[in-house]
Design a protein around this ligand. Structure first.
Ligand code: PBG
Ligand code: ZN
Length: 329
């Protein structure tokens, strides 16, 4: 005999009551689409490790982004993919006024003034050694020099018109330095700062490094990205960035780190929490669906539900074009 207080079905079997049980519903406005900008202005190059994703030249932005904006795209995040010839130990090309990111900011804001343009801020795409900051002679990270340069780059993206800057380098103290830089430049009232706070050293960045040509030439990123098994460091990094002036807090990757997303929501209940569903998560879902493991759309939507349930307000995902279509229906 089923006890009367064991009965749950009644509350969620009905198509109208079912959504009442869901804490957050997915909207187009909760999505941010990461895109790769190459310095070959006319190029549109498919990225083999990331199905349906491209490296786009500035002249190809309108045909690619226009239809998405028409479908309700509200925010993009830009990653520069410069040619090898401009890379040096200091990442000088990161904020080149004629480089891919600055040109793309200008072009996107000209075409779509209300589209939120966020820029990933890091040096690894621009350094010859492929690390995210400047190095000492013994190849350890020079944190002070790195922070100074990262703040300079962030401010220059903001000056070019970016609405949001999102440092992914994981140097200590860069949130405060960037916030101060924005303030000194008279931009702190209109440019927000999204901290990649809990960024773990993950196998899931593989396809991205291929897409952005940003792999480290020696060593790995374990001196600055967090150890996957650590919850405590994630929590400390979230609290630190919150106090240094971040406007939004991000956890990355997403699906293997749902507990950290929940921690972020609890530690920073008054901040928007972002989750970055990274390239490896995107590739995993694509390849699994193609292998018949599960239905593509069902799995993508379930992954979104899991991130929202964990507590995030904003999802950075390569599935954005698919989701815009599905949310339309
Ligand atoms: C650069 C950066 C990376 C990602 C975002 N910014 C790669 C890395 O840290 O190696 C990963 C994004 C993805 O995998 O989709 N610092
Ligand atoms: Zn980097």
């Amino acid at each position: 005999m089923v006890q009367i207080d064991s009965l749950l079905h009644a509350g969620y079997h009905n198509p109208t009551t079912r959504p009442w049980q869901v804490e957050r519903t997915l909207t187009k406005g909760s999505l941010m689409y990461p895109i790769f900008i190459t310095d070959e202005a006319d190029a549109k190059i498919a990225i083999p490790s990331m199905p349906n994703q491209y490296r786009l030249g500035v002249n190809r932005l309108e045909e690619f982004i226009g239809p998405l904006v028409a479908k309700g795209l509200r925010a993009v995040m830009l990653f520069g993919v410069p040619s090898d010839s401009v890379k040096d130990p200091f990442g000088t090309a990161a904020d080149d006024p004629n480089g891919p990111v600055v040109l793309a900011i200008t072009e996107l804001k000209r075409l779509y003034p209300t589209l939120l343009v966020s820029c990933d801020v890091c040096l690894c795409e621009y350094t010859s050694h492929g690390h995210c900051g400047h190095l000492n002679e013994d190849n350890t990270i020079n944190n002070t020099a790195s922070v100074k340069r990262l703040a300079e780059v962030a401010v220059n993206y903001a000056k070019a018109g970016a609405d949001n800057v999102a440092p992914s380098d994981m140097m200590d103290g860069r949130i405060r330095a960037i916030k101060q830089g924005l303030h000194d430049a008279g931009l702190s009232h209109r440019v927000s700062l999204m901290a990649y706070s809990a960024k773990y050293a993950s196998a899931l960045y593989g396809p991205f490094r291929d897409a952005a040509c940003s792999g480290a030439q020696f060593g790995d990123r374990s001196a600055y990205q967090l150890p996957p098994g650590s919850r405590g460091l994630g929590r400390r990094a979230i609290q630190r960035d919150m106090h240094e002036g971040a406007d939004m807090i991000m956890v990355k990757p997403a699906m293997f780190y749902l507990d950290i997303i929940r921690d972020a929501k609890e530690l920073a209940p008054d901040h928007p929490i972002a989750a970055y569903q990274v390239s490896g998560e995107y590739a995993m879902i694509h390849h699994s669906a193609n292998a018949g493991v599960f239905d593509f759309k069902t799995a993508v939507l379930e992954s979104m539900a899991s991130l929202q349930r964990a507590g995030c307000n904003l999802i950075i995902t390569y599935f954005t074009p698919d989701l815009l279509d599905w949310l339309e229906q």
